[in-house]
Design a binder for this molecule. Structure first.
Ligand code: SF4
Ligand code: SF4
Length: 252
């Protein structure tokens, strides 16, 4: 087994080796993760540091659905600008966009809090719920990547959801992502590509300049260049095309 995915919670990286002993589920199975619609709680939208990393599917979802005043589409540049809700950070050697926590200035909240998600409203609800990121959907689950499949595990109590009255929910229903077969195939390819990119980076370790150019090209190919797809089926095709071109250019 390829031990665990990009963590939702930064601390998860520290327990990666322990996840192997947790019960693993496939997306067609049920797990005790239902939390009564999160009523009164938004713990997993606060103080998450830079751990909510976006993948290309997330970027496509946000850029194809978010609009500014006047119906102007929201672009990668708008999302990642200084005042935007995303930032670029180093994630295990890759430069990737993540949700940028902002100062929690909601009435009654401590100024010492280290931040909340900019998509959270004053009522503690997600304003982009239907297009929230894959890692937001996943919580309180983690993922393990195998060569040919993905399994899921429930995060331990200290990292997971504090709700005491959990119900059993089918994992694919929890994620609310259409066509899980296609989505998991995409996730596996994306996971493998990131590993290959890291290996390539090590091979380029003699040249910082080459590493930077390579990382920027990766970012441009999979995030910055606008996706034209309207439907998720088209997105997967577009992703495949980019993957093919990128692989041809850098790995052949
Ligand atoms: S920590 Fe659990 S109950 Fe709270 S918002 Fe997250 S999923 Fe919902
Ligand atoms: S995008 Fe929505 S679900 Fe995800 S952290 Fe932000 S407010 Fe929470």
């Amino acid at each position: 087994m390829e031990n665990s995915n990009f963590s939702f919670n930064q601390e998860l990286q520290g327990i990666e080796n322990k996840t192997v002993s947790l019960h693993e589920y496939r997306c067609s199975q049920t797990a005790k993760i239902g939390c009564n619609d999160c009523k009164g709680c938004n713990q997993c939208c606060e103080n998450m540091g830079n751990s909510i990393v976006l993948d290309p599917y997330d970027m496509w979802m946000l850029t194809s659905n978010l609009r500014l005043a006047g119906n102007t589409p929201v672009t990668y540049e708008i999302l990642t600008c200084e005042d935007g809700p995303l930032e670029l950070s180093n994630h295990n050697g890759l430069i990737l966009p993540n949700i940028k926590m902002v100062v929690d200035d909601r009435p009654g909240h401590s100024h010492f809090d280290t931040g909340i998600c900019p998509f959270l409203n004053v009522d503690g609800r997600c304003t982009i719920h239907s297009i929230r990121t894959g890692l937001c959907r996943l919580y309180p689950l983690g993922r393990n990547f195998y060569p040919d499949k993905i399994t899921y595990f429930v995060l331990t109590e200290e990292l997971g959801c504090p709700s005491k009255k959990k119900s059993y929910v089918k994992i694919s229903d929890w994620l609310e992502i259409p066509d899980m077969e296609k989505y998991e195939a995409f996730q596996l390819k994306w996971h493998n590509l990131k590993k290959e990119v890291l290996v390539k980076m090590q091979a380029l370790n003699h040249s910082m300049e080459e590493q930077k150019t390579f990382l920027l090209h990766f970012l441009k190919t999979f995030y910055q260049t606008p996706y034209s797809s309207k439907l998720y089926q088209e997105f997967y095709q577009e992703f495949e095309q980019r993957l093919l071109e990128f692989t041809k250019q850098f790995f052949s």
